[in-house]
Design a protein around this ligand. Structure first.
Ligand SMILES: [Ca+2]
Length: 619
C-alpha cells in the first residue's frame, strides 16, 4: 500500500520525463531497416479476430494465431529480414500457456519479434481471469463460486496480491511477520520433519484447519528456507499437527523452534486483503481492502507459466526470438513448496554429485511466469513482469545467450530471475547470458526463505550489469553450486557483476549475504574466475523475530565462494559482518577494509541507467 501511494505522489514530474523518453524510444524502434519493405508484419489486438487477416486494419486476437501463421506457413524458413508481430495496447488474457518451440525460431540471422507496438508495458499478457458473482457473506467478507476442478494458490485484487487468510495476521502489506514459534515437545522428537508442535495455548480449538497449510522457516534457529505445506490432521489437545510432506530441515535446531504461520482457513479471514479458498466446495471468500466489492476486480491465476519458450532438446533449440516491451502479469503458485530434496540421492536418479539433489528445485517447481529451456539467443527486452505466483523468469537447463534487458520485475512470488544449469560434472548447459539494466522489486512474496533478485546456479560467462534489486527476504544476487564439486566439474567461471545496487535485503531469512556465493570454487588454487565491481549494498537488517543464529551480511562468500576479484563495494548496516569469506578472494577498495576511497565509486552508473523504460523514480 505505502509503496504504491508513494510512487503516485512522487512520480508526477518524473513521469513526464519518462513519457518523453518512451516516445523517442518507440519512434526509433518502429523504424524498419533499409530494404526491409516486404518483411512480414503481423498485427494482434484485443478486439481482433483470429479469422481475420492479421493486418493493422484487420488484426488477429491472439499471439498463438500469429505464431501458427509463421509456423504453419514456414514463413521463418525463408527469412531475409525480421518477422514482426505487433501487439496493440491492451490486456490479453492467457487461459493456457503460450508455447513456442524450435519451429518458431528466427532463421538466416534474422529474428521473429513479438512486440508491444504502442510502447513498453502497453500490451500485457495476463495469466488470470476475473472472479465474478460476489455475494455478501458477513463481516465485510464476500464469497463467489469458482471452478473446483481448477484450484489456484494466489489471488490478486486490481493488480495487488491478496494474502491467503492467515494467523497471525501480517503487520503490514510488505512484511511477513509476526509469527508463532514451534517447540521441542519431547527430546526424541528433535529431528522430525512432519510433526509440528505449537506452544500450549497458541492455537484456538475452534479453528477449522481442514484445508489449511503452514508456512514455516524449518530448521529452528537457522531460519533459512521456507516450506509451505498442507496440514493432514491436527490435535488441539496436544497442540500438534501433522504435515502432508516433509519440511526441508528438522522442526527444531539447537533447541530452538521454527517460526511459522498458518493459512487458508475461513477462521483466519479477518483482515482486509485476505482470502480463503474452499477447495472442496469451489468457493472463494474475500475481504476487500476498501470494504466493498463495488468497482473491485479480483483475479485468479489461470496458468503457472504464461510464456513457455522450449525447444524439444538441447540439440533442437528455439532460437533468435525477441519479446519487446510486453507486460506479463499474473501467474500461479503451487499447492505445496519445499526447496529441493532433503538428502543426497533422493531424486532417485544416478548423478556424479548426488548432493546436488539438495540444491536443485524439485521437478514440479522448475518453472517461471516465463520459462526457457533448450533455447539460444532469446531476447526479453523492455519487459514489465509483475504479480507472479512463483519465479519470474526461469532459465532451466540448456540455454545460451539469453538477454534480459531494460526490464522491470516486481511483486514476484519467488526469484526474479533464476538460472538452473543442472547437475555439475554432467555438461555445461547454460552460459553467456546478459542481465542488464533491470529493476527487480519485491521478490519472494510467497517463498521468502530462498528469494533472490537473480539466482544463478551452475552457469558461467554471464554478464550482470546495472541491476537494482529491492526488498528481498533473503538474497539480492546469488551464484551457487555445491561445496563437493571438483574444479573441472563446475561451470561457474567468467561471470561479471558490475554496477549493482541491492537495497532492503535479508529482511527475513538468515545465513545470507545481499550478494551471496556458495560452492563455486572448492579446491586450491583459487585463480580469479569471477569479478564483482562497483556495488552498493544498503542496510541488511532482518525482522526482529529472526533468531540470533541467522545473521545478515553484505557480501557472503560461503563454502567455496572463492576465486573472485571484488572491487569498489560499499555495505550499509548488518547484523553480522559486512563481508564474510575464506582467504580465497581478492578484495580491492571495499568499505569494510581500511583506506576505502569513496571517490573511486561510480555512483552515477550504479543501478538502472537514465532512460529506463519504466518509471521507478522515488522507489
Ligand atoms: Ca487473518
Amino acid at each position: 500500500m505505502s509503496k504504491r501511494t508513494r510512487r503516485t505522489t512522487l512520480s508526477v514530474g518524473a513521469g513526464v520525463v519518462a513519457a518523453a523518453l518512451v516516445t523517442v524510444a518507440a519512434v526509433q524502434f518502429n523504424a524498419q531497416p533499409a530494404g526491409a519493405v516486404d518483411c512480414n508484419n503481423f498485427w494482434v489486438a484485443t478486439d481482433g479476430n483470429d479469422a481475420a487477416k492479421g493486418t493493422e486494419k484487420e488484426p488477429w486476437r491472439t499471439v498463438t494465431r500469429a505464431r501458427d501463421e509463421i509456423r504453419n506457413k514456414q514463413l521463418n524458413q525463408r527469412m531475409n529480414c525480421d518477422i514482426t508481430v505487433n501487439l496493440k495496447a491492451g490486456e490479453y488474457p492467457v487461459a493456457s500457456t503460450i508455447d513456442l518451440d524450435q519451429r518458431d525460431s528466427g532463421m538466416n540471422g534474422h529474428r521473429v519479434i513479438y512486440r508491444s507496438v504502442d510502447g513498453p508495458g502497453k500490451a500485457t499478457l495476463e495469466g488470470a481471469e476475473e472472479i465474478t458473482g460476489w455475494t455478501p457473506y458477513k463481516d465485510g467478507i464476500y464469497k463467489a463460486k469458482v471452478d473446483a476442478s481448477k484450484p489456484f494458490y494466489t489471488l490478486f485484487e486490481d493488480g495487488k496480491r491478496a494474502t491467503n487468510a492467515r494467523y497471525p495476521n501480517r503487520a503490514a502489506d510488505d512484511t511477513w511477520s509476526p509469527y508463532l514459534t514451534s517447540i521441542l515437545y519431547e527430546e526424541d522428537k528433535m529431528d522430525v520433519h512432519n510433526w509440528l508442535w505449537g506452544k500450549p495455548g497458541d492455537w484456538d480449538p475452534s479453528w477449522d484447519l481442514s484445508q489449511a497449510s503452514v508456512t514455516i522457516w524449518s530448521g529452528g534457529s537457522w531460519s533459512w528456507f521456507t516450506d509451505t505445506i498442507p496440514l493432514l490432521d491436527t490435535n488441539f489437545k496436544k497442540t500438534q499437527t501433522t504435515l502432508k510432506y516433509f519440511t526441508r530441515f528438522a522442526m527444531v535446531n539447537s533447541r530452538g523452534g521454527s517460526r511459522y504461520y498458518f493459512q487458508n482457513s475461513l477462521s483466519f479471514l479477518d483482515q482486509p486483503g485476505e482470502y480463503y479458498l474452499d477447495y472442496k466446495a469451489g468457493e472463494v471468500y474475500y475481504k476487500p481492502r476498501g470494504g466493498t466489492m463495488d468497482g473491485v476486480k479480483v483475479l485468479r491465476p489461470t496458468v503457472k507459466t504464461v510464456l513457455n519458450l522450449a525447444g524439444t532438446s538441447a540439440q533442437d533449440r528455439l532460437h533468435d526470438v525477441t519479446f519487446d516491451g510486453l507486460g506479463v502479469k499474473y501467474s500461479d503458485f503451487v499447492s505445496w513448496y519445499r526447496v529441493g530434496w532433503n538428502a543426497p540421492g533422493d531424486s532417485g536418479v544416478e548423478h556424479k554429485y548426488p548432493e546436488y539433489d539438495r540444491q536443485i528445485e524439485l521437478p514440479r517447481n522448475r518453472f517461471g511466469a516465463i520459462t526457457l529451456t533448450n533455447t539460444s539467443n532469446i531476447d526479453l527486452s523492455r519487459l514489465h513482469l509483475s504479480d507472479t505466483g512463483y519465479t519470474g523468469i526461469f532459465l532451466l537447463f540448456a540455454n545460451d545467450h539469453t538477454r534480459i534487458t531494460d526490464s522491470l520485475l516486481e511483486n514476484i512470488g519467488n526469484d526474479g530471475i533464476k538460472v538452473e544449469g543442472g547437475w555439475p560434472g554432467e555438461g555445461d548447459l547454460s552460459n553467456h547470458h546478459t542481465f542488464s539494466n533491470l529493476f527487480i522489486d519485491h521478490i519472494g512474496e510467497l517463498v521468502p526463505g530462498d528469494a533472490a533478485g537473480i539466482e544463478l546456479m551452475d552457469t558461467g560467462s554471464n554478464t550482470v550489469t546495472n541491476v537494482e534489486v529491492k526488498h528481498s527476504a533473503r538474497y539480492g544476487i546469488s551464484l551457487e553450486s555445491r561445496p563437493e564439486v571438483k574444479d573441472p566439474d563446475q561451470y561457474e567461471s567468467g561471470n561479471t557483476f558490475k554496477y549493482i545496487k541491492l537495497e532492503e535485503m535479508g529482511l527475513d531469512s538468515g545465513d545470507m549475504g545481499a550478494f551471496y556465493t556458495y560452492g563455486v570454487d572448492n579446491q586450491e588454487p583459487h585463480p580469479i574466475q569471477n569479478t564483482v565491481d562497483q556495488m552498493v549494498i544498503g542496510d541488511v537488517i532482518p525482522d526482529p523475530s529472526m533468531p540470533d543464529a541467522g545473521g545478515t551480511r553484505g557480501v557472503h562468500m560461503d563454502a567455496g565462494g572463492c576465486g573472485f576479484a571484488i572491487s569498489n563495494v560499499q555495505v550499509g548496516k548488518v547484523t553480522d559482518q559486512k563481508y564474510q569469506s575464506y582467504q580465497c578472494n581478492q578484495v580491492t577498495n571495499a568499505d569494510w577494509e581500511a583506506g576505502f576511497d569513496a571517490s573511486k565509486m561510480e555512483y552515477d552508473k550504479i543501478g538502472v541507467l537514465p532512460g529506463f523504460p519504466y518509471d521507478v523514480a522515488g522507489r
